[in-house]
Design a protein around this ligand. Structure first.
Ligand SMILES: NC(=O)c1ccc[n+]([C@@H]2O[C@H](COP(=O)([O-])OP(=O)(O)OC[C@H]3O[C@@H](n4cnc5c(N)ncnc54)[C@H](OP(=O)(O)O)[C@@H]3O)[C@@H](O)[C@H]2O)c1
Length: 348
């Protein structure tokens, strides 16, 4: 049976409710016995409560489980112990991280996963399923590409957990890929005007998960990811460039985290239903040729619950081969088009 760990978090609960609505057999897991039992009772699903510190408790938590979908973030704290436990128990592991260090740590366990006969598929949510498929699509159209640019519009508000994860990772600044290696750059390093289908919008570089995964999917050595942001945010980011060391200070961080915890858990059901996300990709080669494509998807958290549940079910059914996989490598570049509300257009 598929285990959803972190099931009572904002995103975990969306996945658990989607599974229950579709009549899918899932087990709910998390570290708080009370919270996981309450949700399991409401949804009529079995549950297990265990933390990630004790390998013996983790081993017991994975007994009889056919795949784990980890929705408990920040994943810098939860992925390593769960991946280790999955390798020991020979249980496929998936998560919804967009954290570059976590994605690369999973890629580094490729051989171990092959030896254990299990699939490792981090990045099964909005970050990175649609952009990974779009990257694979433009790379397929231009096999000689040496540069890849991906971009998206946020189109929704951040959940509490996403904001806490962003605060945790903020001191790291920005990242791009150059010559196949990760290269640190300042936050909001470059600005570019990008037409997502409604006229050009200013977008800035962000250390999005695709800086890690698109390289594993396409082999393209130079990669940048942009997010469209309003002028005020761009100005704020430039001002905030010097804030990295400040955010690393635990007092400042604690204050920011407390403010986030007082806010809403995430977008309401109405916001999730009304909003959408747009993506754009460019692959270019050294001869000056470039191809472009755009994509529209449902709201990011809604899409995350669809793609993560679908990929985890595939893993639980034994359909994903052993080893580390990006979503497009696991299921193909057109995989994202199988979800309702997703469309893709070539724009050149
Ligand atoms: N890639 C994507 O597209 C995407 C989409 C959505 C979310 N996310 C990421 O998913 C994560 C969760 O987001 P969210 O909005 O669902 O957050 P949330 O509502 O704060 O939920 C986080 C969940 O993780 C659990 N958790 C946190 N640290 C843990 C630990 N050390 N051990 C065990 N459980 C732990 C929490 O349990 P307690 O309440 O007991 O602490 C809670 O159940 C964030 O990192 C977010 O960035 C990514």
């Amino acid at each position: 049976m598929l285990l959803i760990y972190g099931a009572y978090g904002y995103t975990g609960e969306l996945v658990a409710r989607r599974a229950a609505a579709q009549g899918i057999d899932v087990m709910l897991g998390g570290r708080s016995a009370q919270a996981v039992a309450a949700l399991a009772a409401e949804l009529g699903r079995p549950h297990r409560a265990f933390g990630l510190e004790d390998p013996a408790a983790l081993g017991a938590g994975l007994e009889g489980v056919s795949a784990v979908l980890n929705c408990a973030g920040p994943f810098s704290r939860t992925a390593a112990p769960l991946v280790d436990a999955c390798l020991r128990a020979r249980v496929p592991y998936l998560d919804i991280t967009g954290e570059i260090a976590v994605l690369e740590a999973c890629a580094a366990r490729d051989q171990a996963a092959r030896a254990a006969g299990i699939a490792l598929v981090p990045g099964s949510g909005f970050d990175v399923v649609p952009s990974d498929c779009l990257a694979a699509h433009v790379a397929h159209r231009l096999p000689s590409a040496t540069r890849l640019v991906l971009a998206f519009t946020a189109g929704t508000r951040m959940s509490r957990g996403t904001a806490l994860t962003a605060i945790e990772n903020a001191p790291g600044g920005g990242l791009v890929r150059r010559g196949g290696a990760l290269r640190p750059v300042p936050s909001g390093w470059r600005t570019r005007r990008i037409d997502f289908g409604q006229g050009p919008r200013a977008a800035i570089t962000v250390p999005w998960g695709d800086v890690a995964t698109a390289y594993h999917t396409t082999g393209i050595p130079d990669i940048e990811v942009y997010v469209a942001v309003p002028l005020l945010v761009r100005a704020g980011l430039r001002l905030a460039r010097g804030l990295g060391p400040l955010l690393a200070s635990s007092a400042v961080r604690r204050r920011l985290e407390a403010r986030v915890r007082r806010g809403p858990r995430g977008p309401s059901a109405d916001e999730r239903a009304r909003r959408e996300t747009r993506l754009w990709a460019e692959a270019a080669n050294d001869a000056g040729r470039a191809v472009h494509a755009r994509m529209r998807t449902p709201e990011a958290y809604e899409l995350t619950s669809m793609t993560a549940l679908d990929l985890a079910q595939r893993a639980a059914r034994g359909e994903l081969p052993p080893g580390f996989h990006t979503p497009a490598r696991a299921c193909g570049r057109d995989y994202i088009l199988s979800f309702p509300g997703v469309s893709r257009d070539d724009v050149d």
